[in-house]
Design a protein around this ligand. Structure first.
Ligand code: TMP
Length: 200
């Protein structure tokens, strides 16, 4: 599940989990960066707003490190046990935030992340499509902003445009959903797509 901050990913993940459980699946949910003790420690470094001097490449490699740990410690074992995994952010976050937002290039991001992912590939990426300013407005009441959230509007606009470009380029694996729709409607669109791809 991908999208800008404030796009409603967490709500939709919970609803998708309930739906998939009703189909008999055991569900594991992960969030990035994080999801293991080591990945959470890396998250604390990445998002620490005092580390303004962090280079873009350091940032990319730290996200990939947190991901490598998550893949090996949580995702691979879960898949091996036959569970379904829903990820709150995965490699496409790096593609847009570091590749496009930071300007490191999407191909560099995929190259680095190939080491982190090995043969683990998402079967479907759902992109919660929301304008950057609306995402920021939805998070307005949040008291403390982290290092990424402190970036200016133009950065967040590049991120959303990046998601849109990737969704256009790779329609087979990235499915965009209008995140301004009512919550229940979004859920039914997602379920329809999941049904189509996995259960028909
Ligand atoms: P969260 O607020 O959704 O937990 O994500 C933390 C922030 O990290 C969010 O602003 C998006 C950003 N991020 C990246 O820049 N690259 C990545 O690879 C990931 C997973 C998140």
């Amino acid at each position: 599940m991908e999208g800008p901050d404030g796009s409603g990913k967490t709500t939709q993940i919970e609803m998708l989990k309930t739906y998939l459980e009703s189909k008999g699946y055991d569900i594991v949910i992960t969030r990035e960066p994080g999801g293991t003790v080591i990945s959470e420690a890396i998250r604390a470094i990445i998002l620490n707003k005092e580390y303004q001097e962090m280079s873009h490449m350091t940032e990319l490699l730290l996200y990939a490190s947190a991901r490598a740990q998550l893949v090996n410690q949580v995702i691979k074992p879960a898949l091996a046990e036959g569970k379904a995994v829903i990820c709150d952010r995965f490699v496409e976050s790096s593609a847009v935030y570091q590749g496009i937002g930071r300007g490191l290039g999407v191909s560099t991001v995929y190259e680095v992340n190939n080491y982190a992912l090995g043969d683990v590939k998402p079967k479907l990426t759902i992109f919660m499509d929301l304008d950057a300013d609306e995402g920021i407005r939805r998070k307005e009441n949040q008291t403390e902003l982290d290092r990424m959230e402190m970036e200016d509007l133009s950065f967040h606009k590049r991120v959303v445009e990046g998601y849109r470009q990737l969704a256009q380029l790779y329609p087979d694996r990235i499915f965009p959903v209008d995140a301004t729709l009512p919550i229940e409607k979004i859920h039914s669109i997602i379920v329809e797509e999941v049904e189509k791809r996995f259960f028909s």
